[in-house]
Design a binder for this molecule. Structure first.
Ligand code: 6R9
Length: 661
């Protein structure tokens, strides 16, 4: 784990960036965030958080303790308070007289729409909670949710929260194998899925993956199936139940289960540096406090007038924190969209913004770069003047994409908030505050009020302004992960052992002359493809599980659209090696292996390129030198190879590649 040549190009590009965009006086005058917020957090950080927890969350039993950090790295926040997440997201808005406000404008990919008010949501969530309880789900159980971006996905999550069962959402693009391992790790009793969903103009089945994941031994007793596409669906009597049969029959009144602040709210799996994904555990009180606080201040939400849209799928942390919990806690009206940005045409997103007069928009740099590629005349056809804040998340946004986003989408006016955070941090940690911060294209800038971050060198010392190092968090925060499900030691090892008493985020960063933070990418073996985390190890083990592969090494190579792309180097087993001799055979091997990875992990993990090589570069201790492979994948001169056990390996690889052209 070192800062290396990988970060040099990004560094150079970003650090030549000197433009700044001060907030307009009009925006500043009406902004939610004020200088006092920063001052208060500086005066008394814990009192500041206690105040945010009282302001943004409704407590059944108020807390008297803010933070317990007596047993680091295990924190508790607001420990003696009691609350319910679904009550906070839904019921209290109805109780406050806002039941008629639209919570969700659903836009299906085929063009079907549905608007759900907070009062509707209260009924649906209550019925679903009753239905789940009737199926035997109890407080403390785990429920896996495997759904497309439809209203029922939000309802299902909140129904779990309402009865105090932890949800674990598995992205609908993940494979049956990925689903199986998450179900097993979480020990889930129930799965909520759908017959299918619409993607790229087609009905894509989901239920078969669930059936496959549950074959053999499984902790799952029941499967609830939402009918979305109406496609033919295999059925296991006694186990499978239709959502509509169940929920329509259920009572519309349900009393939320009041849980302790530290009661588990959800587990979300994310890629780490080793093969098996980590179940990141989030609890209730602190998580809700920080998601609501950040959503309110970073997006400058005005619940009565704004229309908010975050394009993330609920299968990712961004969907949890900034589609479900943050916005709904704040009583926002939001858009959720089921499909892809180019179905049926490349203007679909902008059409949706025009239609609903979206004012706050949150998406990922990879999507912005894709839209740039399609051309600015496409968004140019739509009225985007309703937009007043633009957000970015998932990876660093390169200055060129930032400028395009500002000019073409934001009319040279809407502030951009580049938000740095992780599945583990639960909520936004580093971001400009619109109306307060003079923004810089490509920088996430400052830790939010109440958050403490630093950039350190190998000895855990803060680097001076103008230098780079590792991003760490040096104070606990309310929405921090409480651990890795079932593996407390891995939590300590992964995040708290690299530097003593500091949370190691796994990202390289640099402080500029003003002390603003610029993120430089992962420093571990985690790739970032289209804003999604993928582990090199996980893809390598998927590749070697195929009979044709003897060894595999995977690297993330920079890619104009997706940020990074998966490039795999494989050594074939001898009995398959002949295949790769011809161009046709080699194309066939590539296709087979790509399909294999899609089956093992999911289509997002498919390597862009698979190169068949005779050897892999290894150190004397047997570690694959991915740095050298990355040089090859990015068509650079190969860097220092002196620590290789066999220095001729890189020549062998290069010769092989050039022979095939
Ligand atoms: C929210 C989310 C986390 C990793 C993180 C970093 C990268 C996210 C970023 C960013 C630069 C930003 N990342 N936001 N890098 N600037 N604004 O994406 O969570 O999927 O867990 O990924 O994504 O590398 O460590 P997650």
């Amino acid at each position: 784990m070192t800062l290396d040549a990988r970060q040099a190009p990004a560094l150079e590009n970003m650090l030549n960036e000197t433009r700044t965009f001060p907030p307009s006086t009009d925006f500043a005058a009406q902004a939610n965030a004020h200088q006092e917020l920063i001052d208060q957090a500086q005066t008394d950080r814990l009192e500041f958080w206690a105040e945010q927890a009282r302001k943004h969350v409704t407590w059944k039993v108020p807390f008297t303790k803010t933070l317990d950090w007596s047993n680091p790295p295990f924190a508790t926040w607001f420990e003696d308070g009691k609350l319910n997440a679904a009550y906070n997201a839904v019921d209290r808005h109805v109780a406050a007289g806002n039941g008629d406000r639209v919570a969700l404008h659903f836009e299906g990919e085929p063009g079907d729409t549905r608007s759900v008010t907070y009062a509707d949501l209260q009924r649906e969530v209550s019925r679903a909670a009753n239905a789940l309880a009737a199926l035997g789900v109890q407080t403390g159980d785990r429920v896996v949710i495997y759904l497309p971006m439809i209203v029922e996905a939000v309802v299902a999550m909140l129904a779990c929260a309402r009865i105090g069962a932890a949800h674990s959402v598995v992205f609908g693009g993940f494979s049956a194998d990925a689903l199986r391992s998450r179900i097993a790790d979480a020990g889930a009793k129930l799965v909520i899925t759908a017959d299918g969903g619409y993607r790229r103009g087609r009905a894509t089945a989901l239920k078969p993956a669930v059936d496959e994941a549950l074959s053999g031994e499984t902790p799952v007793e029941k499967v609830v199936v939402v009918r979305r596409t109406g496609q033919d669906t295999d059925w296991t009597d006694g186990r499978d139940v239709w959502w509509h049969d169940l929920v329509e029959a259920a009572d519309i009144e349900h009393t939320p289960v009041w849980v302790d602040a530290e009661h588990p709210l959800f587990i979300l799996y994310t890629s780490g540096t080793t093969g098996n994904p980590k179940g990141i555990l989030h609890t209730t009180g602190g998580y809700l406090t920080q998601t609501a606080y950040t959503h309110y201040n970073v997006f400058d939400l005005k619940a009565e007038t704004d229309v908010y849209w975050c394009t993330a799928d609920i299968g990712w942390i961004t969907g949890h924190s900034y589609v479900v919990y943050g916005p709904l806690l704040n009583g926002a009206t939001q858009v959720i969209y089921e499909g892809t940005p180019d179905t049926p045409h490349q203007g679909r997103w902008w059409e949706i913004i025009e239609k609903y007069k979206v004012s706050l928009f949150y998406t990922a740099p990879t999507a912005i770069r894709t839209c740039m590629k399609w051309g600015e005349d496409i968004p140019g056809k739509y009225d985007l003047t309703s937009l007043r804040v633009l957000g970015s998340v998932g990876e660093s946004i390169n200055p060129e994409a930032w400028m395009w986003y500002r000019r073409v989408i934001g009319g040279d006016n809407a502030p951009i908030v580049d938000t740095w955070w992780q599945t583990e941090t639960g909520a936004i940690m580093i971001s400009p505050l619109p109306g307060l911060t003079s923004t810089k294209p490509g920088s996430a800038q400052r830790p939010l009020p109440g958050i403490s971050a630093e950039v350190v060198n190998d000895n855990a010392e803060a680097v001076p302004n103008g230098s780079g190092g590792y991003l760490v968090l040096n104070e606990p925060w309310p929405s921090m992960l409480r651990g890795i499900w079932g593996d407390p030691q891995r939590y300590i090892d992964t995040y708290w052992s690299r530097f003593k008493d500091l949370y190691f985020a796994g990202d390289g960063a640099k402080k500029d002359d003003d002390g603003d933070v610029w993120l430089l990418g992962r420093v571990d073996d985690v790739m970032n493809v289209s804003g999604h985390r993928l582990s090199t190890m996980e893809i390598e083990s998927a590749l070697v599980s195929h009979e044709a592969v003897a060894e595999a090494a995977v690297v993330g190579a920079s890619d104009d659209t997706t940020g990074q792309a998966v490039v795999a180097f494989v050594i074939l087993r001898e009995d398959h090696a002949a295949l790769a001799q011809s161009e046709e055979g080699s194309a066939q091997v590539q296709e087979t292996l790509r399909a294999h990875v899609a089956k093992e992990i999911g289509p997002i993990a498919k390597p862009r390129t698979i190169l068949v090589v005779p050897e892999l570069p290894k150190t004397r201790s047997g570690k694959i030198m991915r740095r050298l492979l990355r040089d090859v994948a990015e068509n650079r001169a190969v860097g220092d190879a002196t620590t290789l056990a066999d220095s001729s390996v890189m020549d062998l690889i290069a010769d092989g590649l050039s022979a095939r052209g």
